[in-house]
Design a protein around this ligand. Structure first.
Ligand code: GAP
Length: 481
């Protein structure tokens, strides 16, 4: 049997344990869309809460929650109607449809892998300069890039494809009723810049943060949650005085990298990468990339957007969006540093980061679990991200242990997402919790009934200690600080 890739194993664990399901699975699924199950929704909620606290529980950033459907002129002003496009190409034999730039990038990666560094650099430079559909087409034809499916070079011309999903407001489907599902949450922030600044009495520099769904009609979806058509973003626009963008860009790049590290990302699995090619709105940009099982991939973009968005919204709406410094009386349209991270994509990154299979070294007191030297699967989530914070087990289903355990479980449930399990050997129960990343397992045994203590077993070290049952809540709180 062919060996499964690490990503396949993680996707299958995610389904089996209720993190993520294919959307509309009983109908054969809908490409590029996923549903979060009972544990996934907890993990996603915890992740968003961590971001929300880091970004808005402070003096200089306010939150908003704008609507998904916005006035269609917003997307003309933002440049998305004209520029939010990907170059698309079809292979006539296989009928495969591809992003032309991705085909070329894959070809460059192959050249690099085969040690043809100079040639790879040459093609990369051509790709970076490509603007018109013919530029991409010429590279594909001249480099004799073949279709990964049919192996042929029978290509259609390249054409640009707009990624915005279109729909209609009201019963008449004509050009006057067209609206778009937002392809980014950022514009809901820009159009509310004045409302937020005035209502919250903020002064530049200050930021506005938002978490919400975004939609992109991607030509190719891939790698599980990495590139999907419906996803969630966590974006923050920091409004600053022109001239301070260099220092603010650097500051946010570092602050955002630190956020991932604080939540347990391994430093060697993260890197900062400046953009070679800038989006239509950006003056400088860098990505935070994570080492996914398929290779490095962007999880967050930090963009120096100048006054591109606010100035365009001024032009298109006819409303002034300037800032007046009450002390110096200076008037200016603020510049913006944006931090934009995918909630769904970073969910996948945290899942991959947490996934581990290890040989058990200390199997003491783990009766019925994997023995010494056997393998266990463990999700090493930071306790704040873990979907379930603790699991309570009565050692056996008699002698008052279930009643003691149930009381502890009900008490903890008032504060945390906790689990209760009384079936099978304790070691097996530990393994079930390891596989979903529960940091603490609490076992109630015969001694608990006399001295009111329970055993705490730690997910990562598998070490055990005995603590008073009344101190358990405090114990878990401390781990979440
Ligand atoms: N407002 C700027 C903006 O939207 P972006 O680089 O296009 O910038 C930001 O997107 C983040 O949104 C990405 O780093 C990624 O985490 C997430 N993202 C973008 N497209 C996505 C997709 N198709 N599926 C999942 N996540 C996506």
């Amino acid at each position: 049997m062919a060996q499964q890739s690490t990503l396949d194993v993680i996707v299958s664990l995610a389904k089996r344990r209720g993190f993520v399901f294919q959307s509309s699975e009983i109908y054969g699924g809908l490409n590029g869309c996923w549903d979060y199950g009972p544990l996934g929704v907890e993990l996603l909620k915890n992740l968003k809460e961590e971001w929300w606290k880091a970004m808005t529980y402070r003096d200089d950033i306010e939150g908003v929650d704008a609507s998904i459907l916005m006035h269609p002129r917003v997307w003309e002003a933002s440049g998305h109607v004209a520029n939010f496009t990907d170059p698309m190409i079809d292979n006539k034999q296989s009928k495969g449809r591809y992003r032309a730039d991705t085909l070329i990038e894959d070809y460059i990666a192959k050249l690099e892998k085969n040690g043809k560094t100079q040639k790879a650099q040459h093609v990369a430079a051509r790709l970076a300069a490509a603007r018109e559909p013919e530029d991409f087409y010429n590279i594909i034809v001249e480099e004799e890039i073949t279709d990964p499916v049919s192996g042929t070079k029978d290509w259609t011309p390249v054409r640009y494809f707009n990624l915005m999903f279109k729909t209609f407001v009201g019963p008449v489907e004509d050009t006057n009723s067209v609206v778009y599902l937002r392809p980014e949450t950022a514009q809901g922030i820009f159009v509310n810049f004045k409302n937020v600044m005035e209502s919250s009495r903020q002064k530049v520099p200050f930021g506005i943060a938002q978490i919400g769904k975004a939609f992109r009609n991607e030509i190719n979806t891939k790698y599980f949650l990495f590139r999907t058509r419906e996803f969630e973003q966590m974006e923050m626009q920091y409004f600053i005085k022109p001239g301070t963008e260099g220092e603010q860009f650097e500051r946010w790049r570092e602050e955002r990298l630190q956020w991932f590290l604080n939540l347990g990302m391994k430093r060697e699995s993260l890197r900062l990468k400046p953009h070679d090619k800038l989006a239509h709105y950006a003056a400088a940009a860098a990505d935070i990339e994570f080492m996914f099982p398929f290779g490095w991939g962007e999880v967050e973009g930090i963009h120096s957007r100048t006054d591109f968005d606010l100035s365009n919204h001024e032009k298109f709406s006819g409303k002034k969006l300037e800032y007046i410094d009450t002390v110096t009386k200076e008037r200016f349209v603020p510049y913006v540093i944006e931090t934009s991270v995918g909630a769904s994509r970073s969910f996948m990154a945290f899942l991959c980061n947490a996934y581990d299979v290890e040989k058990v070294k200390n199997a003491a007191n783990e009766e019925g679990g994997a023995g010494e030297g056997e393998e266990r699967t463990v999700l090493r989530f930071h306790p704040r991200l873990a979907p379930v914070k603790a699991a309570v087990f009565p050692l056996v289903k008699k002698d008052g242990m279930p009643e003691f355990a149930d009381k502890l479980y009900r008490d903890l449930q008032k504060s945390f997402k906790v689990d209760y399990d009384e079936s099978g050997a304790v070691g097996r129960r530990y393994r079930r919790q390891d596989e979903i990343g529960t940091p603490f397992c609490l076992t109630v045994d015969g001694d608990s009934l006399t001295d009111n203590t329970v055993t705490v077993r730690h997910r990562d070290s598998m070490q055990q200690e005995r603590i008073n049952a009344d101190a358990v809540k405090e114990y878990i709180w401390k781990a979440l600080l």
